[in-house]
Design a protein around this ligand. Structure first.
Ligand SMILES: C[S@@+](CC[C@H](N)C(=O)[O-])C[C@H]1O[C@@H](n2cnc3c(N)ncnc32)[C@H](O)[C@@H]1O
Length: 264
């Protein structure tokens, strides 16, 4: 399977959608944090990118009320259908858009300078070119509007240190190069119990990386090159040992580097 094609992401989340709201993971907790950071007010216009089954989108609409506007966009039609049906049950008038959020600007009705807030929870890392996407999203904000997004920290998956390339400074850098001000950047608490890894089992962990679900597996695409796999495994074992403390243990968290930039 080719890594992170839109089709692969769509079918991965379409399959996950029916159980998404009852999965026991950090997403509901994170959704309530996004609501806190966004602090929606009556009359606001808000664009919730990669809205999934509407965990953030529905409460946003409740808060902005009938004079506000909320748009939820996602590539997964099954997720959107679930979100739409929940909204209809509550009589919430939300606009749903099935599209690639990287090119949301091309969707009719999504106008430059028209949103108070653009949010994208737990999806930036899935995009092919997050820098380009963030620049386009920034153009949709009104002056003073906020763009709120984040990427997992490297220690979420010590095994996936590659994620660090889009971590901390980079996520803020993306917002800055989209013309937003330096704003705020901070680390969230861990959304899951810390997981202790035994570096003596690094070789097994390396092999297990390739048995994970399709989307996470693509994060390690560089290592899948068959001619490099044994070499990669050696480096992986060595680096895990270097990272571990004297007790040979490493801890994984589920934390996010958050970035909130303001359009000036
Ligand atoms: C981890 S879920 C997060 C859903 C929601 N924001 C939440 O916090 O519950 C990631 C979502 O990103 C969507 N997604 C990933 N890449 C996308 C893209 N290029 N365009 C639109 N949606 C995308 C997926 O379909 C999925 O619904």
């Amino acid at each position: 399977m080719s890594p992170n094609t839109l089709e692969s992401i769509k079918s991965y989340y379409n399959a996950r959608a029916p159980g998404y709201d009852t999965e026991t993971n950090f997403h509901p907790h994170q959704a309530s944090d996004y609501l806190h950071w966004i602090s929606p007010k009556p009359g606001m216009h808000i664009l919730d990118l990669a809205c999934g089954t509407g965990a953030i989108t529905l409460p946003l609409k409740r808060a902005v009320g009938p004079t506000g506007r909320v748009v939820g966009a996602d590539i997964s039609d099954v997720s959107l259908e679930i979100a739409r049906s929940k909204a209809e049950d509550e009589g919430l008038d939300i606009e749903w858009v099935e599209c690639d959020i990287s090119t949301i600007y091309a969707v009719p009705g999504i106008e430059e300078g028209s949103f108070d807030v653009v949010s994208c929870a737990a999806a930036l890392v899935l995009l092919k070119d997050p820098g380009m996407a963030v620049r386009e999203w920034a153009r949709l904000l009104k002056p003073g509007g906020l763009l709120i997004t984040g990427v997992l920290t490297g220690d979420t998956m010590v095994r996936g240190i590659v994620l660090d390339r889009v971590a901390e400074e980079e996520v803020m850098g993306l917002l800055r190069s989209a013309g937003l001000d330096g704003g705020e950047s901070f680390l969230t608490e861990s959304y899951a119990e810390p997981k202790y890894l035994d570096v003596e089992k690094a070789g097994e962990m390396f092999d297990a990386l390739f048995e994970e679900a399709p989307v996470p597996r693509t994060w390690y695409a560089d290592l899948v090159v068959p001619s490099r796999r044994e070499k990669s495994k050696e480096i992986f074992e060595r680096e895990m040992k270097k990272l571990a403390g004297p007790d040979g243990k490493l801890v994984e968290y589920v934390r996010f580097h958050m970035a909130i930039g303001r359009k000036v």
